[in-house]
Design a protein around this ligand. Structure first.
Ligand code: HEM
Length: 192
């Protein structure tokens, strides 16, 4: 996970708790966003218009995309609390939905927000985009180096002698990668 980036300065437990807290905070702000819409003097929204995608009286497509994003955010956040009851694979697959949630939320905000052309809004959209790109790149890079470390660990655990030439290396690494990784190796360390 990209939250490993904070390991040098923050305790992993704190990072995970904070991660969970941020998800809840975002849901709190979304509820506020929805409550404000229902009280709007110019175009008040009904509960159905808020909960059912694509029936909004204003920009139905882009507001509908926002409703879908809202459900995805709820889904990802709920997995924090049912984690012990689902497999790590299911947890990860659902967590991937946060990328779709981000893309749909960004499209919704840009194309349905009346404040989108403001410099402050543009700054927020560009800023959040750059953070996502940076964290994703960091995550992919650490994933690659972790896989490399696991492969070489498997190589030496397999009892092979130190490689002396390329043909020996290729043979032994292939043999070690045939062994499926254990769940323990798959699971991240710490609380998560
Ligand atoms: C039930 C789900 C949602 C509904 C019904 C909804 C509805 C709306 C509507 C009608 C607008 C236009 C308001 C205006 O500009 O005057 C809007 C704008 C916006 N929404 Fe949502 N939204 C939902 C979910 C979300 C989500 C999930 C996010 C982000 C995580 C989000 C963030 C924003 C932002 C940033 C704006 C732009 C505000 C502006 O430029 O004035 N919304 N939403």
């Amino acid at each position: 996970m990209s939250s490993k980036i904070f390991d040098r300065v923050l305790h992993r437990t704190f990072t995970f708790d904070f991660h969970e807290f941020i998800s809840l905070l975002s849901i709190g702000f979304l509820i506020l966003h929805i409550v404000i819409l229902t009280g709007d003097q110019y175009m008040p929204y009904s509960i159905a218009q808020i909960l059912i995608p694509f029936i909004s009286p204003y920009r139905p497509v882009w507001v509908g995309v926002g409703v879908i994003s809202f459900y995805l955010i709820l889904l990802v956040s709920v997995t924090f609390y049912i984690r012990s009851r689902i497999t790590m694979k299911a947890f990860r697959v659902i967590h991937w939905a946060s990328f779709i949630a981000y893309i749909t939320a960004a499209a919704h905000s840009i194309f349905s927000g009346t404040d989108s052309p403001l410099a402050m809004s543009e700054l927020m959209y560009v800023g959040t985009f750059l953070v996502i790109v940076f964290m994703t790149a960091y995550w992919l890079l650490t994933l690659r180096s972790q896989k490399g470390a696991q492969t070489s660990r498997g190589y030496y655990l397999s009892g092979a002698a130190q490689p002396t030439d390329q043909s020996t290396r290729t043979h032994t690494v292939t043999a070690s990668t045939r062994t499926p990784p254990t769940r323990k190796l798959d699971a991240p360390s710490g609380r998560r």
